[in-house]
Design a binder for this molecule. Structure first.
Ligand SMILES: C[S@@+](CC[C@H](N)C(=O)[O-])C[C@H]1O[C@@H](n2cnc3c(N)ncnc32)[C@H](O)[C@@H]1O
Length: 168
């Protein structure tokens, strides 16, 4: 019985360490008529990469556990600002205790352009994630270029934050 318990613990540890290396990223998703649930669209042979094609809000840790890394580029800034609390609560629920969540945002004069990508300030990041995460601004770069000029903008700053779960 003790041996069985030890094996069970080992299996759990292996599962957790495999999960610690998994990264999630939001990418192309097209709403399909009548398709509201998640779909595991592809899986790499070694099991290290799985692609889920779904409405993100249908995803949860019950589908694929928690993640050791999250790369959020063009995701938080792409969703409707009114959905940010729902989005942040979901993303935090997908983080392992030692998960590193890299968040890329844009700041610009929102009187000149309304989005998307939507303007997300440091205060917005703190409002949405500050309850559960420590937030560190890693980089702030001037990313202004012709593309943004054509949107009517006169400046655009790209910011990268590191979010980690607060210690309990
Ligand atoms: C601006 S694109 C960014 C794509 C990619 N992350 C990148 O950086 O190039 C935003 C993506 O979010 C997807 N998206 C928007 N709402 C979503 C949702 N509720 N569930 C899943 N994907 C969503 C859109 O389909 C779109 O492909």
């Amino acid at each position: 019985r003790r041996e069985e318990k030890r094996r069970e613990e080992k299996r759990r540890e292996e599962k957790m360490s495999a999960q610690a290396n998994r990264v999630m990223a939001l990418s192309e998703w097209k709403r399909k008529e009548g398709k509201t649930d998640y779909l595991k669209a592809a899986s790499h042979a070694d099991g290290k990469i799985s692609i889920y094609q779904c409405d993100l809000y249908k995803f949860s840790s019950a589908v694929a556990g928690k993640f050791g890394g999250i790369w959020d580029r063009g995701a938080l800034v792409a969703i409707n600002p009114c959905d940010r609390r729902k989005y942040a609560t979901l993303l935090m629920s997908l983080m392992n205790n030692d998960c590193r969540y890299l968040l890329d945002t844009v700041e610009y004069n929102s009187e000149l352009y309304k989005g998307p990508p939507f303007f997300v300030s440091e205060e917005d990041v703190k409002n949405e994630f500050g309850g559960g995460c420590d937030i560190e601004l890693l980089e702030s770069v001037d990313a202004f270029g012709e593309k943004y000029k054509s949107w009517g903008l006169d400046s655009l700053i790209e910011e990268v934050y590191l979010l980690t779960l607060k210690a309990h």
